[in-house]
Design a binder for this molecule. Structure first.
Ligand code: BG6
Ligand code: MG
Length: 218
């Protein structure tokens, strides 16, 4: 059987943490009197914490000292972490676990490719850590998505070429990163947002194992 690298983004793909990031940023935006909508939030998906704050400040045309920014970054993460305290396997998005299980049973290597610096505790809390052969997160990269660095490191750790790597992503920046890295991009979410992806699914419940088998064979 062929071997492909299966690389998963975390937030919004494996767990529904995108909503917590949104709530935590919204609190900061409110305090600064900056309007921050769901559409604005799309711009932050896949984007690092530091860059996310800059985008919000740009939206509100707010200039701030580094000291203020550092304070807001800490505040945002504390707020975000407060949503994760009771996290468990019930927060794994529907359909994800059966696909991970299928990949494991078929000896396909699995990696995480996430911008988050909170990735490891989330995988631990949801019990998914043992499914990952490699973890590349916000602590390991210098260039944020759409730079393909995070996925290229992941493929390398799995010993698979980019051309034989498949990336699951819910963010525009992440889909672009996979494409720029010459990987097969699979968008998880809305087709009109993720139209640059090679394949698009609403969520993992609509991905069947036959599709995965075909990807492995390709
Ligand atoms: C990405 C999220 O996965 O991680 C972004 O899509 C988030 O919304 C980024 O800002 C960084 O996450 P963290 O947990 O390090 O703040
Ligand atoms: Mg994501």
């Amino acid at each position: 059987m062929n071997t492909k690298a299966f690389i998963f983004d975390l937030d919004g793909v494996i767990v529904d943490t995108a909503k917590y990031h949104y709530l935590a940023w919204q609190k900061i935006a409110n305090e600064l009197n900056i309007e921050f909508t769901h559409e604005h939030n799309e711009l932050l998906k896949g984007v690092s914490r530091v860059r996310s704050l800059d985008i919000i400040l740009e939206l509100g045309k707010v200039t701030a000292s580094q000291e203020d920014k550092d304070r807001w970054l800490v505040q945002k993460n504390e707020e975000y972490l407060s949503y994760l305290v009771d996290m468990n396997e019930s927060e794994i998005l529907p359909g994800v676990f059966p696909i991970l299980k299928f990949l494991k049973e078929n000896n396909q290597p699995i990696a995480l490719g996430s911008a988050s610096k909170n990735a490891r505790p989330i995988l631990e809390k949801t019990g998914l850590l043992p499914y990952f052969d490699a973890i590349v997160d916000g602590n390991d990269v210098t260039n944020a998505k759409p730079d393909p660095e995070v996925f290229l490191i992941a493929a390398k750790l799995l010993n698979i070429t980019p051309e034989n790597s498949i990336v699951f992503e819910d963010s525009v920046a992440g889909v672009q990163a996979a494409n720029i890295g010459n990987m097969t991009s699979i968008g998880i979410g809305e087709a009109n947002t993720l139209h640059e992806a090679k394949y698009i699914f609403n969520d993992f419940t609509t991905i069947d194992t036959h599709f995965i088998e075909e990807l492995i064979k390709e």
